[in-house]
Design a protein around this ligand. Structure first.
Ligand SMILES: *[C@@H]1O[C@H](CO)[C@@H](O)[C@H](O)[C@H]1NC(C)=O
Ligand SMILES: *[C@@H]1O[C@H](CO)[C@@H](O)[C@H](O)[C@H]1NC(C)=O
Ligand SMILES: *[C@@H]1O[C@H](CO)[C@@H](O)[C@H](O)[C@H]1NC(C)=O
Length: 330
């Protein structure tokens, strides 16, 4: 009897032992680093026949690219589950998967605290413009010519996307005595709103926030959500935080809004053309830039991998995934 195959598309760094335990019921195989053409070709020639589940990582897209309709249709008939490591699953088209009878899962909740902590770091760095201060110090100018920053207490922070990360961020913002408002496609339940943030329209959020923090998923309706006309509506000296996905902000429009003085500072963990960063952002010491480290902690990386493995196991044992993505649950 041939054993079902689980394909690892990317790396496992923390739950190696638990990954190997899956070999009790399946053959484990790793995709070698190959280009999209090579991967598609290998699918065509039957190299991946018998693969039932795919462990998918964000970084694997550097080689194989997006799991869009083209790639999903090329996958072998045997594939039933694609289990993504990460909360944002914009690299995978869930509708094209559904058409092929493939279930997709992500890893919500386990990312919340670590990502909200990074949003907090970026917000405080933005309010103080600490990157410039640190750069001056390292250049032996100590404070140099920095200007004073702002205290968070009493400022209004607008959260775009009140999911798990937005919610965890709101709890942190409350501890800093900020006035918290949010926009979401719908108002969220009390459970999702522990800091009692006020639901407002997108325009009200743009017009009244001192800090805007983005934590919504990237999809067709949020791509370019924050562009020139949105920056124009914002208060002068606004601070922009993005820990979600780069393409939600039109990066050129942000660069222009920084140059005009509309935006006081920005804190970015994600970029429009990752891993490439807009050269004007790289040069600008008024912004703090992180290389997409939202969930990059020992504990959270481990929890993320365990969550992917739990989904794969559930797929084999029950036929359905634990945290199947929203588009497939409608
Ligand atoms: C996140 O932090 C909250 C407390 O702020 C805690 O209750 C929860 O268990 C943490 N979540 C994870 C996944 O560690
Ligand atoms: C994109 O995500 C938002 C926020 O979850 C959701 O309201 C919207 O329906 C999604 N749009 C598409 C086109 O999937
Ligand atoms: C950084 O902020 C300072 C002080 O507000 C401003 O004079 C300068 O033009 C800004 N730099 C850039 C590159 O936007």
């Amino acid at each position: 009897m041939t054993r079902p195959i689980i394909l690892l598309c990317g790396d496992i760094t923390h739950a190696q032992k638990e990954w190997e335990e899956l070999s009790s019921f399946a053959e484990l195989r790793e995709v070698p680093i190959e280009t999209r053409e090579e991967f598609l070709d290998d699918c065509k020639t039957g190299k991946y026949d018998g693969v039932v589940a795919i462990f998918h990582t964000y970084m694997s897209a550097r080689y194989v690219g997006l799991y869009n309709k083209e790639l999903i249709q090329a996958l072998p008939e045997s594939v039933k589950f694609i289990c993504h490591n990460g909360a944002g699953y914009d690299q995978i088209d869930p509708v094209a998967c559904m058409e092929r009878g493939i279930q997709v899962s992500n890893t919500p909740e386990v990312v919340n605290n670590a990502t909200a902590n990074v949003a907090m770091m970026l917000m405080l760095a933005g309010l103080r413009r600490s990157t410039m201060a640190e750069k001056n110090l390292r250049n032996e100018k100590f404070r140099g010519d920095i200007v004073p920053g702002y205290d968070p207490e009493g400022l209004t922070v607008g959260i775009i996307g009140m999911g798990g990360i937005g919610s965890a961020f709101s709890v942190r913002a409350k501890a800093f005595e900020m006035n918290i408002i949010y926009h979401n496609n719908n108002p969220v339940s009390d459970e999702r709103n522990p800091a009692d943030a006020k639901y407002v329209s997108m325009d009200e959020l743009l017009e009244t926030s001192d800090v805007i923090s983005i934590s919504c998923p990237l999809n067709a309706s949020t791509r370019g959500l924050i562009g020139k006309s949105q920056f124009d509506k914002m208060k002068d000296n606004v601070v922009i935080i993005n820990t979600a996905r780069g393409p939600i902000i039109d990066e050129q429009a942000l660069v222009d809004a920084l140059a005009s003085g509309k935006v006081f500072s920005a804190g970015l963990d994600v970029f429009e053309k990752e891993p490439t960063v807009h050269p004007e952002l790289l040069k600008n010491d008024n912004v703090t830039l992180f290389p997409h480290i939202g969930t990059f902690t020992e504990q959270t990386l481990y929890k993320l991998e365990l969550k992917v493995l739990a989904n794969i196991k559930s797929g084999f044992e029950t036929g359905s995934l634990i945290t199947q993505v929203a588009e497939q649950r409608k």
